[in-house]
Design a protein around this ligand. Sequence first.
Ligand SMILES: Cc1cc2nc3c(=O)[nH]c(=O)nc-3n(C[C@H](O)[C@H](O)[C@H](O)COP(=O)(O)O)c2cc1C
Length: 195
Amino acid sequence: MHIKKQGVYKTIITRRTIRCFKQKPLSAFILKRLINAARLAPSAANLQPLEFIVVCNQSICNKIFLNLKWAAYIAPEGTPTAGKRPVAYIAVLVARTKARLKYAAYDVGAAVQNILLTAWEHGIGACWIQSIGRRKIKKILNTREDYRLDSIIALGYRDEWPVAEDFKGTVKYWKDKKGRLHVPKRKLSEVYKII
Ligand SMILES: Cc1cc2nc3c(=O)[nH]c(=O)nc-3n(C[C@H](O)[C@H](O)[C@H](O)COP(=O)(O)O)c2cc1C
């Protein structure tokens, strides 16, 4: 059997959440690609209730940053320091008029993962953030009342190299003495059976 070493599988298994970024801007080409990847994700009943705001403007980025919570298990160590902050954000919005609320979260999951994987393929790191000041960010972005702000995705060329490791009794990610993030994952043998 031919086993492909490149491609989607490799992107999936090497991707890690990134919270430390180089201060290099992202091109409009790549940002549009990320949204295109999200747009084409699976959608319950194909309702496609999601819309996105891409924020590159640094003064708006700074305002958004103040309303995000990072890496709760290791706070404040996981919060990006000055000079390592995200250079762009994507706000993921759910159009209430288009959504069946029961399914919207699944749509968000599929769309966000498409964004994270497409970004990773371009060497761009991302952090999916749900601990956010929704009301404040909606105000900053001037979004309509009938849209729900679901998630923020922080983006930038990555400046850290986290490593996934086998779960050893705790799900809490941790940083070693060199500042490298270790992310425990349950073992393959533990999470499935074939019948
Ligand atoms: C739905 C969801 C919400 C998340 N919210 C946050 C968050 O608010 N802040 C944060 O720093 N990371 C957040 N994360 C990132 C997780 O902490 C991260 O995915 C987890 O530690 C596993 O690391 P990995 O993505 O490298 O596999 C979130 C992830 C998901 C899927």
